[in-house]
Ligand binder design. Structure first.
Ligand SMILES: NC(=O)c1ccc[n+]([C@@H]2O[C@H](COP(=O)([O-])OP(=O)(O)OC[C@H]3O[C@@H](n4cnc5c(N)ncnc54)[C@H](O)[C@@H]3O)[C@@H](O)[C@H]2O)c1
Length: 339
């Protein structure tokens, strides 16, 4: 039986979800819920699907099995809980929510159901990232000692002006870390395991937003390794994001979605990395990686298993970012509790 998947929200990422669903042979697009009448017409004609402005009618569709939550980050919890309460599986865009209390309410609702919830951290599906992770976890670098993470990006004034929820505490939950940097922080946690303590400074230097456009932090991981982070959306013209891992026998660098270098002869590049892929948001939004996450979600429903990025897994990057905010505010080292 084909799975009916609907979408909440009709913004930029909703289009990627709609295109991905239309490509599926085992699922079909089962309506879009929008608040924007003009977009309703555009979506109906482009994606040949019913567009709803009444949420009760959208969720009441009997053939709706799952919902992609594609609205503003600070509304993800509310929309996901609504979908679960109607018996629908959820594929939620990152971040799962902007605060831990909202995430924990959502997880409570999820655990009372037998439904699946997956979170879109599509870079986990990047084959180059998987190769990087396999190499790091093979132990060939020796004892893991240090990780330097850089997410030194740039977003111009129009980026924030054109979409007023961006950079707000209520709907974005922050800015450079909670919206952009979270992708790389999710990979960092997947690679290194959880962080136990955090010290940090965040600042808003160049944009009239409530959230941060600059951040530095230092971490201790539960595995004993140390880490540093520099991040921002104020760093003109934007630089490729990178994770550099140093072990007792050598180092390996993942940059702009590719393995950039490795000091050990055991690893050789398959193809030459492309130079200067600064601020590669097009890669982050690539349809292919979203498609892989959607495949994984549908497979999880079909085979009754956990999606690759579960709710508990997606909670970790928000917990880390909230600890960074708290460390900066209190000028204290913050401990992160493991669930
Ligand atoms: N995975 C990625 O790489 C990636 C990329 C971009 C955005 N995102 C995430 O996707 C989410 C949306 O981002 P966007 O850039 O598409 O924003 P957007 O502003 O373009 O779209 C959000 C839309 O949702 C609508 N909406 C809000 N609440 C609604 C509701 N209850 N019912 C129906 N529609 C509702 C809004 O009217 C708005 O049009 C954010 O959480 C963002 O972090 C993820």
């Amino acid at each position: 039986m084909k799975l009916g998947i609907g979408i909440v929200g009709s913004g930029s990422i909703a289009k990627i979800h709609a295109s991905c669903i239309l490509e599926q042979s085992n699922a079909y697009l089962c309506g879009i819920l929008t608040r924007n009448g003009k977009r309703a017409k555009e979506f109906a004609s482009t994606y040949k699907t019913e567009v709803f402005t009444d949420s009760s009618a959208f969720f009441a569709q009997p053939n709706l099995n799952a919902v992609c939550v594609c609205n503003e980050s600070g509304l993800h919890g509310e929309s996901s809980i609504r979908a679960l309460s109607h018996g629908k599986h959820v594929l939620c865009e990152k971040p799962l929510e902007t605060t831990l209390s909202k995430i924990d309410s959502l997880i409570q609702t999820l655990h009372k159901s037998k439904l699946k919830l997956g979170v879109v951290f599509q870079n986990r599906m990047n084959p180059a990232y998987r190769e990087f992770k396999d190499f790091i976890q093979s132990g060939k670098l020796g004892k893991l000692l240090l990780v330097n993470t850089q997410i030194n990006w740039y977003r111009d004034e129009d980026y924030y002006k054109s979409n007023p929820w961006r950079g707000t505490l209520e709907l974005d939950g922050g800015a450079a870390l909670m919206n952009q940097g979270i992708h790389t922080l999710d990979l960092l946690l997947d690679l290194m395991g959880e962080v136990s303590t955090v010290g940090a400074l965040v600042a808003t230097k160049t944009r009239p937003i409530e959230g941060e456009d600059l951040a530095v932090a230092h971490f201790e991981f539960q595995n004993g390794a140390l880490g540093t982070l520099s991040a921002g959306t104020s760093l003109y013209p934007g630089f490729p994001e990178s994770i550099s891992v140093y072990g007792s026998k050598g180092n390996m660098v993942f940059e702009a979605g590719q393995i950039h270098s490795c000091s050990l002869p055991e690893w050789r590049p398959k193809e030459k990395p492309q130079a200067n892929q600064a601020n590669n948001s097009s890669k982050l939004n690539s349809i292919a990686l979203h498609q892989s996450i959607l495949n994984n979600f549908i497979e999880a429903i079909d085979q009754d298993k956990q999606p690759l990025v579960s709710a508990l897994e997606a909670r970790k990057s928000v917990a880390l970012i909230q600890a960074i905010y708290q460390a900066s505010k209190t000028k204290q080292i913050i401990k992160i509790e493991t669930l």
